[in-house]
Design a protein around this ligand. Structure first.
Ligand code: NIG
Ligand code: FE
Length: 405
């Protein structure tokens, strides 16, 4: 009998997410490849077998009877690296002040920029490490992290270097995004800052980032400005991502299609033409229901419509000082209860499609032979339980690259 490092057996449901390696759409999002009484064999951090009655000699055997076994969550949109906090903004929001008004008055992102500029790399490292630890405890095994609270050359580079250090030292797999275009710094106009982004920041991102993102929004970067930045990023080898149509429909989704973005994120107000363009170009729509939740908004992204139109939908926390959660389970719950996604769709959106949103699906996002052994055991008898039993951590065991954490 072949011997392996780890064997997880008798899962009441094992969600393989087996299927096409392209972003999943429509009915595909409902197919979790469920194995009843499923087992998974892991060796050297890699999945060697998945099936129903696996026979291996294993160093460690975990009995997952009555439990749900599934791929680790992938969180494809976070702003993990920041200093300070903004709990005081809740009183302003409760008094009716909108997010963009707080920002215009120098709060919001600008408040966090001030704190982050003053923070040492070591302080940022320890704060971010704590957040990544919490993410892992809640089942996230890979995440994307954006810069964007530096807004000048030295501080944006400081953040990218902290991200790199985290990816080298933390068990979490981390994919880095450069988001110098997160806001226009005070005492500067958009065009001046865009020149700095293009000529001074982007050329220095080599080896530090894989994606380039822009906050394309009314009052921040216009579609034309965003296009300029994203195309300049592409020339430096960074794939485009975009914060699009969050508060106003500016045409951000259409721009995502034009520049061949890896993902378009938020999408609360996108036009139907914008959504169709995403579907046609197989661009992942990353939905962040934690954000309208924290902003106490009525409207959430039209997930049902997007799925019907054939947009591959993913989910993410958006973890940032305005929407601070490390917990993808909470996001799945919001996706089902506020955006009418089915439990199966929400699970596909936070595993396989989330991996597609950061180009990592060859390695993670499903439990298939040859992929990284990033596996969760949850205290759920079936997958419908995950959005049903809410507000607690249902993750019992996290296996990261074959190591039981
Ligand atoms: O994705 N919208 C822009 N950026 C973040 C929020 C950042 C902040 O408020 O600090 C987002 O929601
Ligand atoms: Fe964001």
């Amino acid at each position: 009998m072949q011997s392996v490092d780890l064997l997880i057996t008798h899962a009441s449901e094992l969600l393989t997410l087996k299927g096409s390696q392209k972003p999943r759409v429509r009915q595909q999002m409902r197919n979790l490849g469920i194995l009843k009484n499923g087992s998974i064999a892991i060796h050297d951090g890699i999945i060697v077998d998945v099936g129903q009655n696996l026979r291996y000699k294993a160093n460690t055997v975990i009995d997952a009877s009555e439990k749900l076994v599934m791929p680790g969550f992938v969180d494809p949109h976070t702003h993990v690296v920041f200093a300070g906090s903004r709990e005081f903004e809740l009183d302003l929001k409760l008094a009716g002040m909108p997010y963009m008004e707080i920002l215009k008055r120098g709060g919001g992102i600008f408040y966090t920029v001030e704190k982050t500029r003053k923070a040492s790399p070591n302080h940022l490292l320890s704060q971010s490490k704590k957040r990544l630890d919490t993410m892992l405890l809640h089942g996230t095994t890979t995440c994307e992290v954006k810069s964007g609270y530096g807004l000048d050359v030295d501080n944006e580079l400081k953040l990218l270097k902290v991200q790199k250090k985290l990816s080298e030292t933390h068990p979490m797999d981390l994919v880095s995004t450069f988001l110098g275009a997160h806001a226009i710094p005070k005492h500067m106009n958009a065009n001046q800052y865009i020149q700095i982004i293009i000529h001074e920041m982007l050329p220095r991102t080599k080896g530090l980032a894989r994606f380039c993102d822009v906050f394309c929004e009314k009052g921040v970067f216009t579609v034309a400005q965003s296009k300029k930045i994203l195309l300049a990023g592409k020339q430096q080898g960074l794939l485009p991502k975009i914060h699009a149509d969050e508060i106003v429909n500016t045409g951000g989704a259409l721009l995502a299609a034009q520049v061949g973005a890896q993902s378009a994120d938020h999408l609360l107000r996108s036009s139907e033409a914008g959504l169709r363009a995403l579907a046609q170009n197989s661009i992942v729509g990353v939905l962040l229901p934690g954000t309208p939740f924290c902003m106490m908004m009525e409207q959430y992204a039209p997930a049902r419509k997007m799925i019907d139109l054939g947009v591959p939908v993913a989910l993410a926390t958006d973890l940032n000082p305005n929407c601070w959660t490390e917990n993808m389970q909470m996001i799945i719950q919001l996706a089902c209860l506020k955006m009418q996604m089915t439990p199966a769709e929400a699970i596909t959106a936070s595993t396989f499609n989330a991996a597609c949103a950061i180009g990592m699906q060859p390695y993670i996002g499903s439990l298939e032979k040859g992929k990284h052994a990033d596996v969760l055991i949850l205290d759920c008898p079936n997958h419908q339980f995950l959005p049903y039993h809410f507000g607690v951590n249902l993750v019992q065991t996290v296996v990261k690259r074959g190591v039981v954490l």
